[in-house]
Design a protein around this ligand. Structure first.
Ligand code: ZN
Length: 240
């Protein structure tokens, strides 16, 4: 199977459309949460993923948009954006988000937003965290998001090594144990403003990261028009 994995789309429709175009035909779409919030197109992004039949998991921003008290931990501009999203999303969007589980296993792959120790909150940025998460899930192949930075963690004894996951370079998975992060479609934070996505070829055991340019200006205009905090528009062009 050829599978497209996206994460942290954050209601950025031009970024998602560019990824869909770049990926082309696939057998399935999976996502690792944070479908909405920050960006100006929550209903449009959910409708697009629903039409693609995407399967995935709940992110902390999806939970906050549904009314979770998690919003209290957000910084002021994130709280402002979340309240905008809560007011704006349709009943259909709310219902689709509300059905997302915190963890899922699809075709032998385990999916989570943050980590398997703490599905909504933990940022996996160190090998020890990745290894602990892999131990909790017990899955040989797993996917996460939340950091907005593409990463490939490979289990190494009780630890995990961070392998480079660069655009266009394919990673051979072999028989190793992996915890892969596709990066963010709608708000990358690795100083590369291009949308990120991961394509899995499960027959060949290969994962390939895509970085896709998109019309950042359109999203920025829509963020400003919506009255969302200006920092959410500004950061997109810096990839932060
Ligand atoms: Zn996010």
């Amino acid at each position: 199977m050829r599978i497209a994995v996206v994460s942290d789309v954050h209601a950025n429709l031009p970024a998602l459309e560019a990824v869909i175009e770049a990926v082309g035909r696939v057998d399935a779409w999976w996502h690792c949460g944070d479908v909405v919030d920050y960006g100006p197109h929550p209903d449009e992004v959910v409708a697009r993923l629903r039409d693609l039949g995407a399967q995935g998991v709940l992110g902390n921003h999806d939970a906050a948009a549904l009314g979770s008290s998690i919003i209290e931990w957000f910084n002021p501009f994130a709280q402002t954006a979340c309240l905008w999203t809560r007011d704006r999303i349709s009943a259909e969007t709310r219902a689709w988000l509300a059905e997302l589980p915190q963890t899922a296993t699809i075709e032998g792959w385990a999916l989570v937003h943050g980590s398997f120790r703490d599905p909504l909150e933990e940022y996996v940025t160190r090998g020890s965290q990745a290894a602990a998460s892999m131990a909790v899930s017990g899955a040989r192949l797993a996917l996460h998001g939340h950091t907005h930075v593409p990463r490939a963690w490979r289990k190494a004894g009780d630890d995990a090594r961070d392998l480079p996951l660069t655009a266009g370079r394919s990673l051979t998975l072999g028989d190793d144990t992996w915890f892969l992060n596709p990066g963010s479609v709608g708000q990358p934070r690795d100083r590369d403003p291009r949308a990120a996505a991961l394509v899995l070829d499960t027959d060949a055991g290969v994962a390939t990261l895509l970085r896709v340019p998109y019309d950042i200006g359109t999203t920025q205009v829509d963020i400003r028009r919506a009255g969302l905090p200006a920092i959410l528009a500004d950061r997109l062009e810096a990839g932060l």
